[in-house]
Design a protein around this ligand. Structure first.
Ligand code: FE2
Length: 386
């Protein structure tokens, strides 16, 4: 049966990858520093300035004539310390700085003194700012910080932007799943794939903690659970060092697995903790309803359909809807099940305070052979680290 074959590569790598992930965390690089070129036509005169700049940046002193034709991608900016009265010096620097490759690079010019007529020349060469001899070290450092962005500040802005994009992309998928699909509008596999890259990038560039904080404010409970599960799945895949395609498989599984809830009465969903009788039976229909809805769309791969249909199956055969056992449940379904149970306990739900991570994890351990305990232990650093 195809169900038991799907996703079989994922789980085999869990233990090896946990070890690899630990190694890579240890080998994490220190924060990046600004990288500056100090273009000088007299290196000996620029030595004092290089010493001051070195307090806030990695500085390379380059003779004006040897300035590379194009700046390196890591370059934060150029400090130009040349004789602005010398036509040759100005000509050399003009050729480089006014050429296209240097256009986006901020540049700070050094003037011989406060009243130096070379300031006009500096601005004509695209100066971002000027400083003058004699140097006041504190003033120079303030100017450097203003003129050349700190790579860490850049990273912060980029991570906030990536987080926003990822949350928006995930939210857009959920609107299509929970609102448009039941209203008869098409949902395609491409809709999901377009969102995956943004979601992976969001959690990689920011963090699971920031993702959960952002999506935890969502007013809709079903959305909130899917967004939590998506965050945990992506963080788990990244923690294990899975290749990008496997990260994408887990992302789409986590986004889509509960699509069937779109077809369940809201009164039933809201009464989740006290379901019995007909209401419980109606709730337990959601995996099949979601499966049927995606099959009808025609573009979803079997693996995704497997996750949607079987994410409430348990290894001891006590789950639903098909009462599958052990090996009949694929690896990607097992992962999604662990993430779903954990996310539903730690996400805020109507009338229920979320469990602490420790209590939620302990409850999952107490499920024994209903869920994959080896997988649960691999998930521990993600569960507690968020
Ligand atoms: Fe479900």
């Amino acid at each position: 049966m195809w169900l038991s074959r799907c996703g079989s590569v994922l789980l085999h790598r869990v233990e090896d990858m946990t070890a690899l992930a630990k190694q890579s965390a240890i080998a994490k690089q220190p924060a990046a520093r600004r990288r500056l070129l100090l273009a000088s036509d007299r290196g000996d005169r620029s030595r004092d300035l290089a010493g001051i700049l070195a307090r806030v940046a990695d500085v390379e002193v380059v003779p004006t004539a040897e300035l590379p034709d194009a700046p390196s991608k890591q370059l934060s900016g150029i400090v130009v310390d040349i004789n602005l009265r010398s036509a040759d010096s100005v000509q050399q620097i003009r050729r480089k700085l006014l050429a296209g490759a240097y256009k986006p690079v901020p540049r700070l010019f050094v003037l011989a003194d406060e009243l130096h007529h070379g300031s006009m020349q500096a601005w004509a060469l695209g100066a971002t700012d000027t400083i003058a001899r004699p140097f006041d070290a504190r003033d120079i450092l303030l100017r450097i910080q203003a003129a050349f962005p700190d790579p860490d500040e850049d990273t912060e802005a980029a991570s906030a932007e990536a987080l926003n994009k990822g949350v928006s992309a995930a939210h857009a998928v959920l609107v299509k799943m929970f609102e448009r699909l039941p209203a008869g509008r098409a949902l395609s596999f491409d809709d999901i794939k377009q969102a995956e890259g943004h979601i992976l990038k969001a959690i990689k560039k920011s963090s699971l903690r920031e993702w959960l904080a952002a999506v935890g404010r969502h007013h809709n409970e079903s959305y909130r659970l899917c967004l939590f599960a998506t965050g945990f799945s992506v963080a788990f895949a990244q923690h294990l060092g899975m290749r990008e395609e496997d990260q994408r498989r887990l992302t789409r599984a986590a986004l889509l697995y509960d699509v069937g809830k779109a077809y369940v009465d809201v009164a039933v969903l809201d009464n989740y903790d006290n379901l019995a009788g007909d209401q419980l039976a109606a709730f337990r229909e959601h995996p099949r309803l979601g499966f049927n809805a995606l099959v009808a769309q025609g573009s979803f791969p079997r693996e995704t359909l497997d996750v949607v249909l079987h994410h409430h199956e348990l290894l001891d055969g006590s789950g639903y809807p098909d009462g599958l056992h052990g090996d009949q449940i694929s690896d990607i379904v097992r992962i999604t099940t662990v993430v779903d149970i954990y996310a539903s306990m730690v996400a805020k739900r109507a009338g229920h305070e979320p469990l602490t991570r420790a209590r939620a994890f302990a409850r999952m351990e107490s499920l024994g052979d209903k869920i994959d305990q080896r997988l649960l232990q691999a998930f521990r650093p993600v569960a507690f680290g968020s």
